[in-house]
Ligand binder design. Structure first.
Ligand SMILES: Cc1cc2nc3c(=O)[nH]c(=O)nc-3n(C[C@H](O)[C@H](O)[C@H](O)COP(=O)(O)OP(=O)(O)OC[C@H]3O[C@@H](n4cnc5c(N)ncnc54)[C@H](O)[C@@H]3O)c2cc1C
Length: 333
């Protein structure tokens, strides 16, 4: 019988991706649900890389009971070829019950390849994962948006193991636990001698803006703000916030896709999200509805954004924003 929840740990330049820590913490919640059913599942972090043992304490701190350390010189970079091979080998050898992978560029690339190699299914871009408490199996109920975000589908994988899912960054919270040590298992695998892809040079692209996925405060602009970005930026400056946008605004070309919030943009979890002239389409709210406090300014009292806003201001953002900025400036600066 298969057991345990495996989480693929993605690293870049010896730093663990935030999403991997978020998934460890979520796996811990699943472990708790299994315990209620009398099942003992461990949370196991699978860490491929080279000379990366120093990263194991943080994995224990965010939820791992065990770490499977797969060290090989060829795993220095997370290449498709070698990462896929090592993950498939670990799964075949350890027979986990489920495998969670961050839906990053790397995770989205390797997850379907691994699923195909180990002959199982994959639910991509999940937003909710729960243990099915109604059956005596270890079945997971994995929910993801479907049909452009208008519906949510819950997908199960009853006949194959492991149950695999990718989850976008910031959908789950990372939660620290007290212990920062546990069992480390070394896993040796043979990797192809020849590389499909040879990395000749690595150029780090300078970020155009700070990453909105990490921002504590976001002032976000909708399509109607296209000619009023100065008002958005000045409120953001006052609050030391980042500027985000709906796809409606990004389509006008005034801001890049890197600040788009939503289903086809980024998922954000700031303390405060100020939505200015944003209608609140599900594809947008899917990326920001977990913000601690949502403030919406919209001239249409029936705008969908007001259904999830904690504070709603009905009115013309072009008039409201300068006044709001002026008042906040008096208090803050
Ligand atoms: C597959 C798919 C994926 C998508 N992914 C995303 C995504 O990731 N992110 C995303 O945002 N969208 C996404 N969309 C698009 C989404 O459905 C909406 O079309 C988009 O979010 C609308 O942007 P908006 O609210 O800025 O514009 P609009 O729909 O044009 O709404 C503008 C709003 O501004 C208000 N307004 C107008 N003037 C003012 C004013 N002066 N003051 C105050 N309020 C004013 C209006 O009342 C209205 O509510 C996706 C769509 C599809 C089909």
């Amino acid at each position: 019988m298969t057991k345990d929840i495996f989480v693929y740990i993605e690293t870049r330049q010896n730093i663990v991706a935030e999403v991997s820590l978020q998934l460890l913490s979520e796996a811990r919640k699943l472990k708790g649900q299994y315990a209620e059913k009398g099942m003992n599942h461990d949370v196991v972090a699978v860490l491929p890389g080279y000379q990366i043992e120093n990263l194991t304490p943080i994995l224990f701190r965010y939820g791992a009971d065990k770490v499977i350390l797969c060290e090989h010189e060829k795993l220095k970079e997370a290449t498709t070829q070698h990462t896929t091979k090592v993950l498939a080998d670990v799964i075949r050898h350890c027979q986990p019950d489920s495998v969670l992978i961050g839906a990053t560029v790397i995770g989205r690339d390797i997850a379907p390849r691994v699923a195909a190699r180990v002959d199982t299914g994959l639910t991509a871009d999940a937003t909710i994962i729960e243990v099915d408490m109604t059956s005596d199996t270890s079945l997971l109920l994995v929910t993801r948006p479907a049909f452009g975000g208008n519906l949510f589908g819950t997908i199960v994988c009853p006949n194959h193991r492991p149950q695999m899912a990718t989850i976008r960054p910031n959908v789950f919270e990372k939660i620290e636990k007290e212990a920062n040590q546990g069992e480390i298992i070394r896993f040796e695998t043979e990797l192809d001698a020849t590389d499909w892809v040879e990395i000749l040079k690595r150029e780090v692209q300078q970020a155009k803006a700070n990453d909105i996925a990490k921002a504590r405060i976001i002032v976000s602009a909708g399509r109607s703000m296209v000619k009023h970005m100065d008002l958005i930026r000045s409120l953001a400056d006052t609050l030391h916030a980042e500027v985000g946008a709906s796809r409606g605004l990004v389509e006008t070309g005034v801001l890049g896709k890197d600040v788009q919030v939503g289903q086809t943009g980024k998922t954000v979890r700031p303390l405060v999200y100020i939505a200015c002239g944003i209608s609140g389409a599900v594809q947008h709210t899917a990326g920001m509805d977990k913000a601690e406090c949502i403030i919406a300014i919209n001239s249409d009292p029936n705008a969908a954004i007001f259904q999830i806003a904690h504070v709603g201001i009905v009115g013309d953002a072009v008039t409201i924003l300068p006044k709001l900025t002026e008042e906040l400036n008096k208090i803050l600066n």
